[in-house]
Each structure stands twice: as structure tokens, then as C-alpha cells.
Design a protein around this ligand. Structure first.
Ligand code: KIV
Ligand code: ZN
Length: 398
């Protein structure tokens, strides 16, 4: 790993691309119920590498020996993504992060310090000038110890914009190539986020600096806020698989990536993510944390491509675009059959029976449909074995 030198900072000038910074292993893993051991972290890291994340935040080395060891192991094994280690603006943290990153192909130290009045007064007991000086000193120290430095102004969305811009301008001069403005408590709205990023970009017009968004989901706005930041010029987004993270979570990687892809004409921005790996990565995380993905989770939930109501099923059978804005295979999900249940109609039943090799005439279908409806009164989901039994005149419950 070489120290950052002029010209090695990532550049966003004229690049129609958004960098994906995954923090599943740091902000995600620190949420209650989502702890992972070192082996599991490495498996997730390898899966994130295959997925194509640009940067993965592997942990907070100063937090514990276990965290240090996990970051060091990931830094040695993962070659295609930049490996990032979190550090407070303190000498011990910075040196520990640099040590953990020693084996990395490309390493980044991610420094954070609160800038909002509430945090300055009640958490840090520091004046504005002290915060500014501490941030610059930390970036200056970290810059000589790794390839890239990112600076996060914790609680940025509740910070005076002028002061935030002053801190960002100073740390950029000191060598921070990425400036992250987190909505730490998930308080902001999309229009506020867009205004702040527009303002920051005007104050710091240096095109070699990458602005980054990091949104929490306390009001369910994390993805919307992240996309608002992108619309206003952010070219790095910080997110987690399945949206796991502190309290209500972080912005979900799969939702941001698919929004950028499905609405490509609107955003005009690509990512390096192989979206066909989204489903597998999401499932792996669910298994390793023993936290199943909710059925109704956007993009990766079991219901994300399921159609049960008769009207929707009829529409999808005629043209998938009627009720689908992306294909299951685009996110690596199975081409889900229509789910047969109490809302399903004759069209879906006929189609499923045909797929199973049964082609009843209209009169036979009427009879089957009646028996199918009677079955749905007893069961919430009807499986292929049940349909095969019905088609053969057998009782699926027998
Ligand atoms: O939410 C937050 O502010 C953070 C920082 C450490 C980036 O996670
Ligand atoms: Zn966070």
C-alpha cells in the first residue's frame, strides 16, 4: 500500500458513475442481532467483492482485537475492492487502522468527527475551531499512512451548512479525497439533502473531490435521501446489504443500485455492481446473521416478484411489463412462478397446469377451478404437488 500522492485521489469529473461504498461489515454489523464472526465476515467480504462494490468498510480496528483481525484478514484476501477501516480523529485509532490495512491492495482510512452543534456541545464538548483543527490534524496524519482518506462529518445534516463547508474545504486541502455528509440520525428529507449537496458542491468546486452520502433509515427515507444526494452531485453512496445498520438501518445497497439501473434514463449514472449477484449476497447475509430477509423487502424479498391477485396474474401473463419494472433474473432471483392463492384467477391456474403438463378443456378447467378455490379457503399457498393432485382428481389433503 502506497501513501496517497497527488493524482491518486479518486476523481469524479465528468464520470457518469456512482461508487458503491458498502458498510455491511461495519455500520451493518454493529446493529443488535447482526453480529458476525471473523469467518462469516470474510465470506461476506468475498461475496461483496464478487458483487463489485468499489469500497468495502471492513470494520473499526480500534474497537476490538476481533475487529482488527477481521479487517486485517479481509485486507489480505480481497483484491478487487478498496478496503476501508473506520477511525476516530485520534492518533491511536488512525495508527491501528493503518496497521490493519497494511496488506491491502488499496486501503482507505475513514475518519469521522461530529460537526453538529448538538454533538459538539453534548458529545464532544468542543468548539467549532477545535473540531476544525482536530479534523485537519487527523486527515494530515492519515494521509501518509494509506492510499486514500475519507472524512465524515458525523451528523452533517444537522450541522450549520457554512461550518460544514468550512470543515470540508479544510480537510480536502489536507488530503481527504472523499467528503461524506452522513444523515446520522435519519432526520433529513430528500429536498433538504439535495439542497445541502448542491450548496457543498458550490462551496468546494474541486472536481477531484468525491462527495458521498450516508443515510440512515429512521424515517424510512434512507434510499430516497441517498438518491436525492446523487441527483445533486454525490458520486459515492454508503449503504448495506438488506439495509441492515444502526437502529432502523442504513440505505439498502440493492435498492439504490436497482433504482439507478431501472431509472437509468432519469439518473444517467452507472455502477460497477453485477446485479445478478444481489439475491445471493442478500441470502448469504440472512443465513450468516440468522436474520431472514422480510418477504416484502424490495428487490430481494420472496414476494418481490410474486403476483397473486387474479388481475395482476392475468396482466403479467399477457405482458410482464404490466406489473413488473425489472426481471427477476436481473437481480439473480428465480423466475418466480405466479403464486397461486385465494386471489388467483382461471388464467393463472390454466398456465400453471400447462407448465405441469395438464391441459384441461374449458369444462374440466371450470371443475378444477372450483376445487382449487375450495382448497385456497383452507391454505394460504397452493403448491405444484397440490395442483397435480387436483388435475388427477385426487384430494391434495388426503
Ligand atoms: O452514521 C454515521 O454518521 C456514521 C459515520 C461513522 C460515517 O456511521
Ligand atoms: Zn452510519
Amino acid at each position: 500500500m502506497k501513501p496517497d500522492t497527488a493524482g491518486t485521489k479518486p476523481t469524479q469529473a465528468d464520470e457518469p458513475r456512482v461508487r458503491i461504498f458498502d458498510t455491511t461489515l461495519r455500520d451493518g454489523e454493529q446493529a443488535p442481532g447482526f453480529a458476525l464472526d471473523r469467518k462469516a465476515k470474510l465470506r461476506i467480504a468475498q461475496s461483496l467483492e464478487t458483487l463489485g462494490v468499489d469500497v468495502m468498510e471492513a470494520g473499526f480496528p480500534q474497537a476490538s482485537e476481533e475487529d482488527f483481525a477481521a479487517v486485517r484478514e479481509i485486507a489480505r484476501q480481497v483484491r478487487q475492492s478498496t478496503i476501508c477501516a473506520l477511525a476516530r480523529c485520534q492518533r491511536g485509532d488512525i495508527e491501528r487502522a493503518a496497521q490493519a490495512l497494511e496488506g491491502a491492495q488499496r486501503g482507505r482510512i475513514h475518519l469521522f468527527l461530529s460537526t453538529s452543534p448538538l454533538h459538539r456541545e453534548h458529545k464532544l464538548n468542543m468548539s467549532r475551531a477545535q473540531v476544525l483543527d482536530a479534523a485537519v490534524a487527523a486527515v494530515t496524519r492519515a494521509r501518509g499512512l494509506c492510499d486514500e482518506v475519507e472524512f465524515s462529518a458525523e451528523d452533517a445534516l444537522r450541522t450549520e451548512p457554512q461550518f460544514l463547508a468550512e470543515v470540508f474545504a479544510a480537510v480536502a486541502v489536507a488530503g481527504a479525497g472523499t467528503l461524506n455528509a452522513p444523515d446520522t440520525v435519519g432526520y433529513a428529507t430528500p429536498s433538504e439533502v439535495a439542497s445541502l449537496f448542491t450548496y457543498l458542491r458550490k462551496c468546494i468546486p474541486d472536481e477531484s473531490v468525491v462527495f458521498s452520502a450516508h443515510c440512515h433509515d429512521d424515517l424510512g427515507l434512507a434510499v430516497a435521501n441517498t438518491l436525492a444526494a446523487v441527483g445533486a452531485g454525490a458520486r459515492q453512496v454508503e449503504c448495506t446489504i438488506n439495509g441492515i445498520g444502526e437502529r432502523a438501518g442504513n440505505a439498502a445497497l440493492e435498492e439504490i443500485v436497482m433504482a439507478l439501473r431501472v431509472r437509468a434514463p432519469y439518473f444517467g449514472l452507472a455502477t460497477r455492481i453485477d446485479t445478478r449477484r444481489l439475491h445471493a449476497t442478500s441470502r448469504l447475509l440472512g443465513e450468516l446473521t440468522r436474520q431472514p430477509v422480510p418477504r416484502n423487502k424490495a428487490i430481494v424479498g420472496a414476494n418481490a416478484f410474486a403476483h397473486e391477485s387474479g388481475i395482476h396474474q392475468h396482466g403479467v401473463l399477457r405482458h410482464r411489463g404490466t406489473y413488473e419494472i425489472m426481471r427477476p433474473q436481473d437481480v439473480g432471483a428465480d423466475d418466480a412462478p405466479l403464486v397461486l392463492g385465494r386471489h388467483s384467477g382461471r388464467h393463472a391456474l390454466r398456465q400453471r397446469l400447462a407448465a405441469l403438463g395438464h391441459t384441461p378443456d374449458d369444462a374440466a378447467l371450470d371443475g378444477l377451478f372450483e376445487r382449487f378455490k375450495a382448497l385456497t379457503a383452507r391454505r394460504s399457498e397452493i403448491h405444484d404437488e397440490d395442483l397435480a393432485a387436483l388435475a388427477l382428481g385426487l384430494d391434495p389433503d388426503a
